[in-house]
Structure formats: structure tokens, C-alpha cells
Design a protein around this ligand. Structure first.
Ligand code: UFG
Length: 329
């Protein structure tokens, strides 16, 4: 299948491009390189540097590349920034996505795979999180993702769009060959920051909150390998053959790890000591978030290869050792 990967030069998108190739599909990448890295995309992959919300740029790509399905990974994802600069998030994550969907429909492309988030659940009523729990985001980031989910439902009903929205938990790790990995500027995610603290690239890791109602007092999260996430996006293709079909899936391992456990695992994998500072809670952090992903496993045959967080960290460490400064560009 010819697949347009919007945000294909970003962290999750670039891993998905390689999984698409491995599965025999033909990815085409669209990325404006605001956060993406050109060198995260392999040489042979068609690459377009433009904005997803620009119909004049996107329509010819859909036609010329004979695109059959669009995957959309290109969003701003700093939760704190979404609170202080919501305009940016509504503009990029919602308005530009709406433009992309309109351009698709105007050009007869009716299959869509969307990166949603567990942040749409806000502070969940119960754990592990199942797809049917109420969604009540507590920040504009999560809200804009939920707004797109709702838009997709209406478009499926009215226009025959078929879609899958994946609600990711904490994407982590890197390609097993160490060629691509996580490189955010600025980096805010726990695992790469702990690795930086281990190697001395930063002074220490601050634990945000040690008095949560969790076994060791630090937050629990569900770290899921980026290639496992990517494979679910391909496993869903068959479901999108039915016009108007809409599917929502949680993607997580269902095995939560605390912040302290992540620090211990990084020390075990790297053999290095991580300097730790105990700090205040970070605003907006729920104590525990982990998934029930049995729907994706049962309906899509989704198999989680990386069930142990140490194995996920191992891949992040391999990438870090090969590319301590991240991507060249
Ligand atoms: N943490 C620290 N110190 C740090 C960084 C993080 O203690 O320096 C803690 C956080 O408080 C949290 C955990 O490590 O408990 C994981 O934090 P991340 O920032 O890596 O990830 P989040 O769980 O906050 O965010 C992820 C995604 C977001 C998404 C969110 C949904 O990165 O895009 O899950 O809750 F919105």
C-alpha cells in the first residue's frame, strides 16, 4: 500500500516508516522538520518538506504518489507548553489536522491512522485503562487529540472515512539496529533524560514527586517500545477496508514502572550510576497511567515484543551510544 506518513521524520513516525518498509509497503514522508530530523528518514523514501495544513502542497502529493492511506504523527506534544500556549496546540494539532482530512476527502483518500494519547483520559476513573472509560483531558494537548478523535467519528459517519486512532501510553526505546531513536529538542521524556544523567551529559535526574500513593512514592507509567507501537499501525490496515469504520485502541504493555524503577533499570543496563535529586511534583502528572491493551491484542493480533522495560532501555542505550548527540541535523 502507498502510505503517506505525516510527521515521518519525527520519533514515532520515523520508526513506523521503517516498519512499513519491512512489511512490504511503500511509505512517503511529509514533514515540515520543525521537530523532525531529515536524516531519520532513509535515502530511498520520497520526502516532502511542507505543512500538513497546506492543501496546495498536500493535494499534489496525494495524487502524484497515489496515496491510499494517511498516517498522522505530526503534533506538538509538550503538555506544559499546551497549557501556556494553547493557540499553538489548537492550530497545529486540531486546525491543521482538519485541513489535512479535508484535503484527503477532496482527493478521494479515505483511510486514516491517527496518533492519539492516553492523555485523553485525564485522570482515569480506574486502572488499567480500558478504551471505554470516560475521556476527560486535563490539558489542551489531550483536549486537541480528543477533538480530533470526535471529528473522525463524525467524518466516518458522514463521509465514509475509515480510521483507527491509537491512544499511546509512554513511547520509548529505539530501533534495534541503533540507527534511529529518540531526539527531542528540548528533551522532556524520562528515559533519555536518565540516560543523559548516567553518562554525565546532565548533572542529575530530578524525580518529580516522591510522595504519590504508589508502591515507592513515584509515578507509574506504561513504557511501550516504539517499534511495537509502529507494528500496530500496520496490523490495523485490514480493518480500514470497511468504509466508515472507526476504531480506537490503547497501546501499552499494561506493565507499569515507577520513576525509581526506570532509574534502577538504566543503571543496570548501562552499568553507570545515575545521580538523583528528589524534587517537587510536576503539575498535571497523574500518579499512575497504564493500559489494558487486550482490545488491540485480540482484534489486531498485536503482539508486544518488548514486555520488559530493561529490553526497551537496552535499545535506547544502543542508540545513545552510537549517536550521543542525536541526529546530525
Ligand atoms: N519525570 C521525572 N523527571 C523528569 C522527567 C519525567 O520524574 O525529569 C517523571 C514524570 O513526572 C512522569 C514520568 O517521569 O511521572 C514520565 O514522564 P514523561 O515526561 O517521560 O512522560 P509523561 O508520562 O509525562 O508523558 C507522556 C507523553 C505525553 C503524553 C502523556 C500522557 O510523553 O505526550 O504521556 O500522560 F501526553
Amino acid at each position: 500500500m502507498n502510505v503517506l506518513v505525516v510527521g515521518g521524520a519525527g520519533y514515532i513516525g520515523s520508526h513506523c516508516v521503517r516498519q512499513l518498509q519491512a512489511a512490504g509497503h511503500r511509505p512517503v514522508v511529509l514533514d515540515n522538520l520543525v521537530f523532525g530530523h531529515r536524516s531519520a528518514v532513509g535515502e530511498g523514501v520520497p520526502f516532502y518538506n511542507c505543512d500538513l495544513g497546506d492543501p496546495e502542497a498536500v493535494a499534489p502529493i496525494l495524487r502524484d504518489e497515489k496515496i491510499e492511506l494517511v498516517m498522522h504523527f505530526a503534533a506538538f506534544a509538550f503538555v506544559g507548553e499546551s497549557v501556556t500556549e494553547p493557540r499553538k496546540y489548537y492550530e497545529n494539532n486540531f486546525v491543521a489536522t482538519l485541513r489535512l482530512l479535508e484535503t484527503m476527502l477532496d482527493n478521494g483518500v479515505k483511510k486514516f491512522v491517527f496518533s492519539s494519547t492516553c492523555a485523553t483520559y485525564g485522570e482515569p476513573e480506574s486502572l488499567p485503562i480500558v478504551e471505554t472509560l470516560p475521556q476527560a483531558p486535563i490539558n489542551p494537548y489531550g483536549q486537541t487529540k480528543l477533538d480530533v478523535e470526535n471529528c473522525l467519528k463524525a467524518f466516518a459517519h458522514a463521509y465514509g472515512l475509515s480510521f483507527a486512532a491509537f491512544r499511546y501510553f509512554n513511547a520509548a526505546g529505539a530501533a534495534e539496529d541503533g540507527r534511529i531513536g529518540e531526539d527531542h529538542q528540548p528533551e522532556t521524556h524520562l528515559i533519555p533524560l536518565v540516560i543523559d544523567a548516567a553518562t554525565g551529559r546532565r548533572e542529575n535526574i530530578k524525580i518529580f514527586g516522591t510522595d504519590y500513593d504508589t508502591p515507592d512514592g513515584t509515578c507509574l507509567r506504561d513504557y511501550v517500545h516504539v517499534d511495537d507501537l509502529s507494528r500496530a499501525h500496520i496490523a490495523v490496515f485490514e480493518k480500514l477496508e470497511t468504509p466508515g469504520a472507526g476504531h480506537f485502541y490503547n497501546l501499552g504493555t499494561g506493565r507499569p514502572n515507577s520513576v525509581r524503577e526506570i532509574i534502577d533499570a538504566v543503571e543496570a543496563v548501562t552499568g553507570l550510576k545515575v545521580p538523583v535529586v528528589e524534587d517537587e511534583r510536576r503539575a498535571g502528572d497523574p500518579p499512575a497511567l497504564y493500559a489494558d491493551s487486550s482490545k488491540a491484542q485480540n482484534e489486531l493480533g498485536w503482539e508486544i515484543k518488548f514486555t520488559e522495560v530493561k529490553d526497551i532501555i537496552e535499545t535506547a542505550w544502543r542508540w545513545h551510544q552510537a549517536n550521543p548527540e542525536g541526529f546530525a541535523d
